[in-house]
Design a protein. Structure first.
Length: 440
C-alpha cells in the first residue's frame, strides 16, 4: 500500500494497481458492498476491503486528499489498529494546501436505530467533531464499556493504538471457513467468553504456529496486554471514525453510538450524507449581522472602485480574505432602475445582480495588490448564470465571491452566489482581469 499526495478536492481514493485497467474507487458510502467483517467498497471493477482503519488514520491526521495505491484487494491489517498508519504518515509529514476546507455543521439531530441489532446512533449539533461510543455484548469479560473523543487531535494517542477484537467462538468460525489466512494473535484481541479445554488451546497454538497459548485471568487469549482498560470500546470508536469518513465531507457534530458495527455505521453515514446533500446550500450561506462593523463601508468602496452613483451597487463589505469576499447590497424602492423595470411589480434586473457580484469580485481582485488604487478590474467572461429567486425592494442581497483558482497574471476566476436570507437568488462564474491604469 502506498499513499500519494493529491490535489485539493480530490478526496480519498483507492487504486488497484494490480488490475489491468488500474481502476479507482472513491471512499464513498454509496460504494459500500459488504460490512460482514469490515467495510468493503467496490466501483469501476475495483474492490477494496477493510478500509476503516486507514480512513480513521487519515481523519485523525487531518488528511483530506490522497490516492491510496494497492497491489491487492485488502488494506493490510497491521496490528489491528490505526497506529502504524499514523506513524507512516507522520514519517513523511502532511502539507497544507491552498484551498479552503469545507466543514458542514449539523443543525438538527440525525437519528438511526436498528431494532434487530439494537443499535442506536445519533448526531447532535456541536461546535467540534466529537464521538462517544458504548458497547454491551452481554459478556462477563467485556461488560459494558464506553469511550469518548472530545477533539480529533486526541485521536492519535487515545484511539489509534486500539486493536480490533473478536470472541473465541468467532475465531473458530473464521478458521473453519478459511477467512483469516493473514490473521495472527498479534493483530487482534481474542476474548474467551466460554470455558476452553487444553485440547482446544493446543489446536489454536498449532494453527497460529505458537509454542503455547494460554488464557489470561481476564479472559483474553495468550496473555495479550490491553493498551487501555476499555480498549474494545475505543476500537469501536476508531471504526466509527473510519466508517463515517465515507460521508465524504468534514462535519461538526457529536456522534453518540450505542452498540455500533460496520453495517450500522454505514447506514448512519448514508443518513448524514443525505442530510448534507439536502441542506448543502444552507451551509454555504454567509452570516450577516447588521450590527457587525464593515470591513469596507460605502465611502471606502467608492474610493476602491471606479463606479459611482447611480452604478455603484455595493453598500458594504463584511468579509474579505485572499480567497473570498462577502458584500451587502440593500435593495430599496428608490433605486433608479425601478422607475422603468416592471412598473407596479418592481424586480431587480438580473444583469444588475451580476454587476453587483462583479463589483464585489473587483474588491477581492484588488485586495491582492498593495496599491489597489492604481488598478482597474475588467470582466472578460460570465458563465453558468442561473437566477433562482427574484429580488425585490426591501431585500438585503448577500453577495459572495470565491476564487476558483489562484490568481495568475492578473486573471481572476471566481464563483459568485447571491442570497436573500437563506434563499439562493443568483449564481454565476466570472472571469476578470486586473490591469494597471497606466497600461490601458
Amino acid at each position: 500500500m502506498t499513499l500519494k499526495p493529491a490535489n485539493p478536492g480530490f478526496g480519498i481514493r483507492f487504486q488497484r494497481i494490480d488490475l489491468p485497467e488500474k481502476p479507482v474507487v472513491k471512499a464513498d458510502v454509496d460504494y459500500v458492498v459488504d460490512t460482514s467483517r469490515g467495510t468493503t467498497i467496490e466501483h469501476n471493477g475495483a474492490r477494496v476491503s477493510t478500509i476503516e482503519h486507514i480512513l480513521a488514520a487519515l481523519v485523525g491526521m487531518g488528511v483530506d486528499n490522497t490516492l491510496i495505491e494497492l497491489d491487492g484487494p485488502e488494506i493490510p491489517i497491521m496490528d489491528g489498529s490505526a497506529r502504524e498508519f499514523i506513524e507512516a504518515i507522520e514519517s513523511v509529514g502532511i502539507q497544507e494546501q491552498e484551498a479552503r476546507r469545507i466543514v458542514y455543521t449539523i443543525d438538527t439531530n440525525i437519528h438511526f436505530y436498528d431494532p434487530v441489532k439494537n443499535v442506536d446512533m445519533l448526531a447532535l449539533p456541536s461546535a467540534e467533531y466529537q464521538i462517544t461510543t458504548l458497547i454491551d455484548f452481554n459478556s462477563p469479560i467485556l461488560g459494558t464499556q464506553h469511550a469518548s473523543l472530545k477533539h480529533i487531535s486526541e485521536f492519535k494517542n487515545e484511539i489509534a493504538p486500539c486493536r480490533t477484537f473478536c470472541f473465541l467462538h468467532e475465531l473458530e468460525y473464521l478458521l473453519q471457513h478459511n477467512l483469516i489466512k493473514g490473521g495472527d494473535l498479534s493483530n487482534a484481541i481474542v476474548v474467551v467468553d466460554k470455558p476452553v479445554t487444553q485440547e482446544e488451546l493446543n489446536h489454536l497454538a498449532k494453527v497460529f504456529n505458537k509454542p503455547k497459548i494460554e488464557v489470561k485471568h481476564e479472559g483474553i487469549l495468550n496473555n495479550i496486554q490491553m493498551h487501555f482498560p476499555n480498549e474494545p470500546s475505543r476500537h469501536k470508536l476508531l471504526d466509527v471514525v473510519g466508517d463515517l469518513a465515507l460521508v465524504g465531507h468534514n462535519i461538526k457534530a457529536h456522534i453518540i453510538a450505542s452498540r455500533p458495527g460496520h453495517a450500522s455505521n454505514v447506514e448512519f453515514a448514508k443518513k448524514i450524507k443525505q442530510y448534507i446533500k439536502k441542506n448543502k446550500h444552507i451551509s454555504d450561506i454567509p452570516h450577516y449581522d447588521p450590527n457587525q462593523q464593515a470591513i469596507y463601508d460605502i465611502t471606502q468602496i467608492e474610493k476602491a472602485l471606479p463606479h459611482k452613483y447611480p452604478f455603484l451597487l455595493v453598500d458594504k463589505i463584511i468579509e474579505l480574505s485572499d480567497r473570498h469576499v462577502v458584500g451587502i447590497k440593500n435593495v430599496t424602492f428608490n433605486e433608479h432602475f425601478f422607475q422603468g423595470h416592471f412598473p407596479g411589480n418592481p424586480v431587480m434586473p438580473g444583469v444588475l445582480q451580476i454587476e453587483a457580484m462583479a463589483q464585489v469580485g473587483g474588491i477581492l481582485g484588488l485586495n491582492n495588490y498593495s496599491d489597489p488604487e492604481n488598478y482597474d478590474t475588467y470582466f472578460l467572461k460570465i458563465d453558468k448564470v442561473r437566477f433562482k429567486h427574484k429580488v425585490v425592494p426591501g431585500d438585503t442581497l448577500i453577495l459572495k465571491m470565491e476564487l476558483l483558482s489562484p490568481m495568475r497574471r492578473g486573471i481572476c476566476e471566481m464563483r459568485g452566489t447571491a442570497y436573500v436570507g437563506n434563499k439562493l437568488a443568483t449564481e454565476a462564474e466570472l472571469v476578470a482581469q486586473i490591469i494597471r491604469k497606466d497600461k490601458k
